[in-house]
Ligand binder design. Structure first.
Ligand SMILES: [Fe+2]
Ligand SMILES: [Fe+2]
Length: 307
């Protein structure tokens, strides 16, 4: 008697084979940030990431999922299921209070941490072996320092509005004891109990906010107020007021990081400064992609190790 495979059996076999092939490739490390799933286009982009290709891989997700706590949880879980390991730090948008009943943004941060810990989303350092290498991935919680604060990334800009009225954090982020709370110090302290790495480890750190001035600019270009004025669609908005903190860089260098991932700016970079490779791979807003401001995101998350 001859048994013939039905089309359904053939399909099952093909899917089985694809799954095995996925499981047997070596572990890789991918990066991504600023998926902003409030936008339908962004939800589609995330949804269509393969459910199989990354099953043996790590994703470092550097913040700004959405301000909506329900959506945040739903999409973190969807992304979690696509990868073997998911690392996450919240961004400023994730801590916005907009139509939700939180005492303040710190309370919301703690709820996000609790949700991550309960759902195997990594918010603390963890060591992996990739081939012959031992790597330690370290989440760095952070906030930006304003112009008048120590460790600010602020750089003056021609025509800027000193109040930064366009910046939505001014309306949607609320700290306990508004004027006395120092978020950049608080969050770094939250990260600070991570142990420095052992000598044979490669350290990958990641934060939502920028760690130093150089990564705000492309290529070899450095700070040039006149050039910025000519190429700027929003001359009154000065991103450097809310970009990040030099504290982050001091911290990651003390740990011995050789790679640092960040998000927030929605301009993707891969830049080495003083021995540390800094990368950002943001999805950003649909409008920014249409304008060609966010580059290299067409093929999904960016692989940084194990390719
Ligand atoms: Fe963002
Ligand atoms: Fe951000």
């Amino acid at each position: 008697m001859i048994f013939r495979e039905t089309p359904l059996e053939r399909k099952v076999k093909k899917v089985d084979f694809e799954c095995y092939a996925t499981y047997f490739h070596a572990m890789r490390v991918f990066i991504l940030s600023d998926v902003h799933v409030d936008f339908e286009e962004n939800r589609k982009w995330v949804q269509q990431l393969s459910d199989w290709d990354f099953k043996n891989d790590i994703l470092i997700l550097a913040g700004d999922i959405t301000h909506d706590f329900d959506l945040l949880r739903i999409w973190l879980l969807k992304i979690r299921r696509k990868f073997a390991e998911l690392f996450f730090v919240p961004g400023n948008h994730d801590l916005w209070i907009r139509g939700e009943d939180w005492a303040n943004s710190l309370e919301k941060f703690k709820a996000i941490m609790e949700f991550c810990r309960s759902n195997e989303i990594e918010v603390q350092a963890k060591v992996f072996t990739l081939g012959k290498e031992r790597i330690r991935i370290v989440p760095v919680f952070s906030w930006y320092n304003l112009q008048e604060e120590k460790d600010t990334l602020y750089l003056p800009k021609i025509g800027e509005d000193a109040t930064n009225r366009m910046w939505s954090d001014n309306y949607y982020v609320h700290w306990p004891e508004e004027n006395r709370f120092d978020p950049s110090a608080y969050f770094l302290e939250y990260s600070n109990h991570w142990q420095p790495a052992e000598s044979n480890e490669k350290i990958i750190t990641f934060s939502h906010f920028l760690p130093r001035h150089e990564v705000m600019f492309s290529g070899e270009m450095s700070y040039d107020p006149e050039r910025m004025r000519k190429h700027d669609r929003f001359p009154q908005f000065n991103f450097s007021r809310v970009a990040g903190s030099l504290k982050i860089d001091r911290f990651i260098r003390k740990l011995g990081a050789t790679i640092h991932i960040y998000g927030h700016q929605h301009i993707n970079r891969d830049k080495t400064v003083d021995g540390v490779r800094y990368l950002s791979h943001c999805l950003g807003y649909p409008e920014e992609r249409r304008r060609g401001m966010v580059k290299g995101i067409e093929n999904g998350p960016k692989v940084i190790m194990g390719d």
